[in-house]
Design a protein around this ligand. Structure first.
Ligand SMILES: [Zn+2]
Ligand SMILES: [Zn+2]
Length: 297
Protein backbone atom coordinates (compact mmCIF):
# COMPACT_ATOMS: atom_id res chain seq x y z
CA UNK A 1 0.00 0.00 0.00
CA UNK A 2 1.45 3.46 -0.90
CA UNK A 3 2.79 5.55 2.00
CA UNK A 4 0.35 8.38 1.28
CA UNK A 5 -2.60 5.95 1.76
CA UNK A 6 -1.22 4.77 5.10
CA UNK A 7 -0.54 8.34 6.22
CA UNK A 8 -4.02 9.60 5.23
CA UNK A 9 -5.79 6.73 6.96
CA UNK A 10 -3.69 7.21 10.11
CA UNK A 11 -4.65 10.91 10.22
CA UNK A 12 -8.39 10.48 9.59
CA UNK A 13 -8.74 7.59 12.03
CA UNK A 14 -6.27 8.82 14.64
CA UNK A 15 -6.98 12.55 14.93
CA UNK A 16 -10.65 12.49 16.07
CA UNK A 17 -10.12 10.13 19.05
CA UNK A 18 -7.05 12.14 20.13
CA UNK A 19 -9.11 15.35 19.99
CA UNK A 20 -11.92 13.69 22.00
CA UNK A 21 -9.33 12.65 24.63
CA UNK A 22 -8.07 16.24 24.80
CA UNK A 23 -11.69 17.43 25.23
CA UNK A 24 -12.18 14.87 28.03
CA UNK A 25 -8.99 16.07 29.74
CA UNK A 26 -10.13 19.71 29.60
CA UNK A 27 -13.59 18.71 30.90
CA UNK A 28 -11.95 16.73 33.70
CA UNK A 29 -9.82 19.71 34.76
CA UNK A 30 -12.89 21.98 34.82
CA UNK A 31 -14.97 19.37 36.74
CA UNK A 32 -17.39 19.14 33.80
CA UNK A 33 -16.47 15.46 33.44
CA UNK A 34 -16.47 13.21 36.53
CA UNK A 35 -15.56 9.53 36.82
CA UNK A 36 -19.23 8.60 37.27
CA UNK A 37 -19.86 9.88 33.71
CA UNK A 38 -17.19 7.52 32.40
CA UNK A 39 -18.79 4.57 34.23
CA UNK A 40 -22.19 5.50 32.76
CA UNK A 41 -20.57 5.81 29.30
CA UNK A 42 -19.00 2.33 29.71
CA UNK A 43 -22.32 0.77 30.82
CA UNK A 44 -24.17 2.27 27.84
CA UNK A 45 -21.42 1.51 25.30
CA UNK A 46 -21.11 -2.12 26.44
CA UNK A 47 -24.81 -2.88 26.94
CA UNK A 48 -26.16 -1.21 23.82
CA UNK A 49 -23.09 -2.30 21.81
CA UNK A 50 -23.89 -5.93 22.60
CA UNK A 51 -27.43 -5.21 21.39
CA UNK A 52 -25.91 -4.53 17.96
CA UNK A 53 -23.16 -7.17 17.81
CA UNK A 54 -24.82 -10.07 19.63
CA UNK A 55 -28.45 -9.09 18.94
CA UNK A 56 -28.81 -7.41 15.53
CA UNK A 57 -25.81 -9.11 13.93
CA UNK A 58 -25.06 -12.59 15.27
CA UNK A 59 -28.57 -13.55 16.44
CA UNK A 60 -31.02 -11.80 14.11
CA UNK A 61 -29.00 -11.51 10.88
CA UNK A 62 -27.00 -14.75 10.97
CA UNK A 63 -28.85 -16.98 13.48
CA UNK A 64 -25.63 -17.93 15.30
CA UNK A 65 -27.60 -19.18 18.30
CA UNK A 66 -31.17 -19.67 19.49
CA UNK A 67 -33.10 -18.19 22.42
CA UNK A 68 -36.73 -17.63 23.39
CA UNK A 69 -38.77 -14.92 21.63
CA UNK A 70 -38.64 -12.52 24.63
CA UNK A 71 -34.85 -12.60 24.76
CA UNK A 72 -34.83 -12.08 20.97
CA UNK A 73 -37.10 -9.05 21.30
CA UNK A 74 -34.98 -7.78 24.22
CA UNK A 75 -31.84 -7.91 22.05
CA UNK A 76 -33.73 -6.15 19.26
CA UNK A 77 -34.80 -3.36 21.65
CA UNK A 78 -31.27 -3.01 23.07
CA UNK A 79 -29.72 -2.77 19.60
CA UNK A 80 -32.37 -0.25 18.51
CA UNK A 81 -31.13 2.09 21.26
CA UNK A 82 -27.87 2.44 19.27
CA UNK A 83 -29.80 4.60 16.77
CA UNK A 84 -28.49 2.66 13.76
CA UNK A 85 -31.96 2.30 12.23
CA UNK A 86 -34.96 0.00 12.86
CA UNK A 87 -33.95 -3.62 13.43
CA UNK A 88 -35.60 -5.20 10.36
CA UNK A 89 -34.10 -2.58 8.04
CA UNK A 90 -30.64 -3.11 9.63
CA UNK A 91 -30.84 -6.89 9.20
CA UNK A 92 -32.12 -6.70 5.61
CA UNK A 93 -29.30 -4.30 4.64
CA UNK A 94 -26.64 -6.49 6.23
CA UNK A 95 -27.92 -9.69 4.63
CA UNK A 96 -27.83 -7.92 1.26
CA UNK A 97 -24.23 -6.89 2.01
CA UNK A 98 -23.27 -10.55 2.51
CA UNK A 99 -25.06 -11.61 -0.67
CA UNK A 100 -23.31 -9.09 -2.92
CA UNK A 101 -20.15 -8.46 -0.88
CA UNK A 102 -17.99 -5.94 -2.81
CA UNK A 103 -19.96 -6.46 -6.03
CA UNK A 104 -22.79 -4.50 -7.67
CA UNK A 105 -25.71 -4.54 -5.21
CA UNK A 106 -23.57 -4.32 -2.05
CA UNK A 107 -25.13 -1.42 -0.09
CA UNK A 108 -21.77 -0.20 1.25
CA UNK A 109 -18.66 -1.46 -0.53
CA UNK A 110 -15.59 0.83 -0.55
CA UNK A 111 -14.71 -0.70 -3.93
CA UNK A 112 -17.81 0.51 -5.78
CA UNK A 113 -16.16 3.78 -6.90
CA UNK A 114 -15.04 3.98 -10.53
CA UNK A 115 -12.23 6.49 -9.85
CA UNK A 116 -8.71 5.13 -9.38
CA UNK A 117 -5.78 5.93 -7.10
CA UNK A 118 -6.02 8.02 -3.96
CA UNK A 119 -9.17 9.86 -5.09
CA UNK A 120 -10.97 6.59 -5.83
CA UNK A 121 -9.92 5.05 -2.52
CA UNK A 122 -11.06 8.12 -0.58
CA UNK A 123 -14.42 8.34 -2.36
CA UNK A 124 -14.96 4.59 -1.95
CA UNK A 125 -14.16 4.64 1.76
CA UNK A 126 -16.34 7.71 2.32
CA UNK A 127 -19.26 6.00 0.57
CA UNK A 128 -18.79 2.74 2.53
CA UNK A 129 -18.37 4.57 5.83
CA UNK A 130 -21.24 7.05 5.79
CA UNK A 131 -22.16 8.17 2.26
CA UNK A 132 -24.37 5.10 1.65
CA UNK A 133 -26.59 6.10 4.60
CA UNK A 134 -27.70 9.16 2.63
CA UNK A 135 -28.32 7.23 -0.59
CA UNK A 136 -31.66 5.52 -1.20
CA UNK A 137 -30.19 3.61 -4.15
CA UNK A 138 -29.20 0.64 -2.02
CA UNK A 139 -32.25 0.11 0.20
CA UNK A 140 -32.74 -3.59 0.90
CA UNK A 141 -36.21 -5.05 0.36
CA UNK A 142 -37.37 -6.27 3.78
CA UNK A 143 -39.83 -8.76 2.23
CA UNK A 144 -36.96 -10.35 0.36
CA UNK A 145 -34.16 -10.17 2.94
CA UNK A 146 -35.90 -10.32 6.32
CA UNK A 147 -39.14 -12.25 5.82
CA UNK A 148 -38.46 -14.32 8.97
CA UNK A 149 -38.29 -11.19 11.13
CA UNK A 150 -41.41 -9.66 9.56
CA UNK A 151 -43.26 -12.85 10.55
CA UNK A 152 -42.49 -12.28 14.26
CA UNK A 153 -45.06 -9.84 15.78
CA UNK A 154 -42.78 -8.98 18.71
CA UNK A 155 -39.88 -8.05 16.44
CA UNK A 156 -42.22 -6.12 14.17
CA UNK A 157 -43.39 -4.16 17.22
CA UNK A 158 -39.78 -3.33 18.24
CA UNK A 159 -39.06 -2.30 14.63
CA UNK A 160 -42.08 0.00 14.39
CA UNK A 161 -41.36 1.61 17.80
CA UNK A 162 -37.68 2.29 16.98
CA UNK A 163 -37.78 5.92 18.18
CA UNK A 164 -39.02 4.82 21.61
CA UNK A 165 -35.94 2.59 22.14
CA UNK A 166 -33.59 5.36 21.02
CA UNK A 167 -35.29 7.70 23.54
CA UNK A 168 -34.98 5.10 26.32
CA UNK A 169 -31.27 4.70 25.41
CA UNK A 170 -30.89 8.44 26.08
CA UNK A 171 -33.10 8.43 29.19
CA UNK A 172 -30.88 5.74 30.76
CA UNK A 173 -27.66 7.82 31.05
CA UNK A 174 -29.67 10.92 31.99
CA UNK A 175 -31.50 9.02 34.76
CA UNK A 176 -28.28 7.44 36.04
CA UNK A 177 -26.59 10.86 36.00
CA UNK A 178 -29.41 12.43 38.03
CA UNK A 179 -29.36 9.47 40.45
CA UNK A 180 -25.62 9.67 41.19
CA UNK A 181 -25.26 13.47 41.19
CA UNK A 182 -28.64 14.43 42.65
CA UNK A 183 -29.15 17.24 40.15
CA UNK A 184 -30.25 17.86 36.55
CA UNK A 185 -26.84 19.27 35.49
CA UNK A 186 -25.26 15.93 36.45
CA UNK A 187 -27.94 14.19 34.37
CA UNK A 188 -27.20 16.39 31.35
CA UNK A 189 -23.43 15.75 31.62
CA UNK A 190 -24.08 11.98 31.81
CA UNK A 191 -26.39 12.34 28.78
CA UNK A 192 -23.54 14.01 26.85
CA UNK A 193 -21.10 11.13 27.52
CA UNK A 194 -23.46 8.12 27.80
CA UNK A 195 -25.83 9.39 25.11
CA UNK A 196 -24.28 11.68 22.48
CA UNK A 197 -20.64 10.51 22.59
CA UNK A 198 -21.73 6.87 22.93
CA UNK A 199 -23.95 7.12 19.82
CA UNK A 200 -21.17 8.92 17.90
CA UNK A 201 -18.48 6.36 18.77
CA UNK A 202 -20.74 3.36 18.23
CA UNK A 203 -21.91 4.66 14.85
CA UNK A 204 -18.33 5.04 13.68
CA UNK A 205 -17.34 1.64 15.10
CA UNK A 206 -20.12 0.04 13.02
CA UNK A 207 -19.37 2.22 9.97
CA UNK A 208 -15.68 1.23 10.23
CA UNK A 209 -16.60 -2.42 9.76
CA UNK A 210 -18.21 -1.48 6.43
CA UNK A 211 -15.37 0.78 5.31
CA UNK A 212 -12.02 -0.05 6.97
CA UNK A 213 -12.70 -3.80 7.31
CA UNK A 214 -13.24 -4.06 3.55
CA UNK A 215 -10.05 -2.13 2.81
CA UNK A 216 -7.26 -2.44 5.41
CA UNK A 217 -5.99 -5.50 7.28
CA UNK A 218 -5.33 -9.19 6.74
CA UNK A 219 -7.21 -11.72 4.66
CA UNK A 220 -6.74 -14.96 6.59
CA UNK A 221 -9.44 -16.78 4.62
CA UNK A 222 -10.44 -17.07 0.98
CA UNK A 223 -13.82 -15.38 0.79
CA UNK A 224 -13.84 -14.05 -2.78
CA UNK A 225 -14.41 -10.50 -1.52
CA UNK A 226 -12.34 -7.72 0.05
CA UNK A 227 -13.26 -8.38 3.70
CA UNK A 228 -10.32 -7.99 6.15
CA UNK A 229 -9.38 -8.69 9.75
CA UNK A 230 -8.34 -5.47 11.47
CA UNK A 231 -6.93 -6.37 14.90
CA UNK A 232 -6.81 -2.89 16.50
CA UNK A 233 -10.51 -2.38 15.78
CA UNK A 234 -11.54 -5.60 17.56
CA UNK A 235 -11.78 -3.99 21.02
CA UNK A 236 -14.08 -1.01 20.27
CA UNK A 237 -16.26 -3.19 17.99
CA UNK A 238 -16.61 -6.05 20.52
CA UNK A 239 -14.92 -8.52 18.17
CA UNK A 240 -16.69 -7.54 14.94
CA UNK A 241 -13.46 -6.39 13.27
CA UNK A 242 -12.45 -10.03 12.58
CA UNK A 243 -14.53 -9.34 9.52
CA UNK A 244 -12.72 -11.55 6.99
CA UNK A 245 -13.20 -14.53 9.32
CA UNK A 246 -16.86 -13.51 9.64
CA UNK A 247 -17.32 -13.43 5.84
CA UNK A 248 -15.71 -16.88 5.66
CA UNK A 249 -18.05 -18.32 8.32
CA UNK A 250 -21.06 -15.96 8.63
CA UNK A 251 -23.10 -18.19 10.94
CA UNK A 252 -20.30 -18.70 13.48
CA UNK A 253 -21.10 -17.20 16.89
CA UNK A 254 -17.38 -16.32 17.17
CA UNK A 255 -15.79 -13.88 14.70
CA UNK A 256 -12.29 -14.14 16.14
CA UNK A 257 -10.79 -17.43 14.93
CA UNK A 258 -9.49 -18.49 18.36
CA UNK A 259 -8.73 -17.21 21.87
CA UNK A 260 -5.85 -15.07 20.55
CA UNK A 261 -8.32 -12.99 18.53
CA UNK A 262 -10.21 -11.09 21.21
CA UNK A 263 -13.96 -11.30 20.65
CA UNK A 264 -15.92 -10.08 23.67
CA UNK A 265 -19.28 -10.62 21.94
CA UNK A 266 -18.43 -14.33 21.62
CA UNK A 267 -17.39 -14.45 25.29
CA UNK A 268 -20.74 -12.90 26.22
CA UNK A 269 -22.64 -15.50 24.13
CA UNK A 270 -20.70 -18.26 25.94
CA UNK A 271 -21.78 -16.82 29.31
CA UNK A 272 -25.41 -16.73 28.15
CA UNK A 273 -25.08 -20.33 26.95
CA UNK A 274 -23.73 -21.47 30.33
CA UNK A 275 -26.68 -19.71 32.00
CA UNK A 276 -29.09 -21.58 29.70
CA UNK A 277 -30.41 -18.32 28.17
CA UNK A 278 -29.20 -19.25 24.66
CA UNK A 279 -28.61 -22.61 22.99
CA UNK A 280 -27.74 -24.30 19.66
CA UNK A 281 -24.68 -22.03 19.39
CA UNK A 282 -23.09 -22.46 15.93
CA UNK A 283 -19.43 -23.54 16.14
CA UNK A 284 -17.21 -24.08 13.09
CA UNK A 285 -15.05 -27.24 13.24
CA UNK A 286 -11.27 -26.69 12.92
CA UNK A 287 -11.06 -28.81 9.73
CA UNK A 288 -13.55 -26.49 8.00
CA UNK A 289 -11.59 -23.43 9.12
CA UNK A 290 -8.33 -24.89 7.84
CA UNK A 291 -9.81 -25.78 4.46
CA UNK A 292 -10.63 -22.09 3.84
CA UNK A 293 -7.45 -20.66 5.37
CA UNK A 294 -5.14 -18.78 3.01
CA UNK A 295 -2.12 -19.48 5.19
CA UNK A 296 -1.79 -22.98 6.64
CA UNK A 297 -2.44 -22.82 10.39
ZN1 LIG B 1 -18.55 -7.16 5.21
ZN1 LIG C 1 -22.51 -10.31 8.98
Amino acid sequence: MPFIDRFASAVVTGAPPILVLIGMYLGWMDHLLVWQDLVIFAICYAGIGMGITVGFHRLLTHRSFKCNRWVRAGFAALGSAAAEGPVIDWVATHRKHHQFSDEAGDPHSPHACEDHGFKGAFKGLLHAHIGWVFSDMEVADEERYAKDLLADPLLKFVDRTFVLWVALGLALPFGLGVAVSGNVTGGLCALLWGGALRIFLMHHATFSINSLCHFFGDQDYDTGDESRNLAWLAVPTWGEAWHNTHHAFPTSYRHGADARQLDLSAEFIEVLERLGIVWDVVRIPDERRQRKARIAA
